[in-house]
Design a protein. Structure first.
Length: 230
């Protein structure tokens, strides 16, 4: 129950900073538009990843590599909010810690996932989530409906090279989740077969290898639509 309260508080804080009002005052507006837009958003995400383009435009990506700071905020575990400028390149460093130069200080403060409820930069929202071996990392919320989709960037040292990995966390309403590497050699049946076994047509396509890990956003869209009807 305490976890749900924290999540509700974070979502209200997010809406407050994004819109200037609380989410409760907006529930009667735009519900139909939101439902219609969710399909558009997920399809849009799918095509962006197919084209290997991140959620930012190319000009913004160039700015990240020049080390620019972006408006953002951090909500700490005690509910305190720190507003300021956050450096963000959308690389693995941003998924293991967050740095902020607050509006009241020129010093750069660093926070780990275990110290934060959520942080936001340039309209993106990153939440602490459990990773491999129960390690806490930041994951970026891409899509939120019956199914939640998070993105995580990781680095792996193979002994001969350092490899950058993109991973997706899919989360059901009951909290059940699965971590999927966005890679054609990832064994989707082995590591995610049980997660989708309640949906027969998706489970079949995973088992016969019609669907692979690189199809994960398409799978997520289909599964989200199935969850709505079941």
């Amino acid at each position: 129950m305490a976890q749900n309260c924290n999540f509700d508080r974070v979502m209200e804080a997010r809406d407050h900073f994004k819109n200037g009002v609380s989410s409760k005052s907006l529930t009667s507006r735009g519900n139909n538009n939101k439902r219609n837009m969710k399909k558009v958003v997920l399809v849009f995400l799918l095509f962006r990843f197919i084209l290997n383009v991140d959620t930012y435009g190319q000009n913004a990506v160039q700015k990240f590599f020049h080390g620019e700071f972006y408006d953002g905020f951090i909500v700490l575990l005690n509910g305190d909010t720190i507003k300021g400028k956050i450096p963000f390149r959308d690389t693995y460093e941003n998924y293991y810690q967050v740095s902020i130069k607050s509006t009241t200080s020129n010093e750069l403060a660093i926070y780990r996932p275990k110290e934060v409820l959520v942080y936001s930069v340039d309209s993106l929202y990153l939440y602490p989530k459990t990773f491999i071996k129960n390690r806490l990392v930041f994951m970026r919320l891409l899509f939120e409906d019956h199914l939640k989709i998070y993105l995580h960037r990781n680095q792996v040292n193979t002994g001969t090279a350092i490899i950058n990995e993109t991973q997706f966390r899919l989360e059901k309403p009951d909290g059940q989740n699965v971590l999927i590497k966005y890679h054609k050699r990832f064994n989707l049946k082995k590591y995610a077969g049980d997660f989708f076994k309640d949906c027969p047509h998706i489970s079949e396509k995973i088992n016969n290898k019609t669907y692979k890990a690189v199809d994960i956003l398409k799978i997520a869209y289909e599964y989200n639509e199935w969850l709505k009807q079941n």
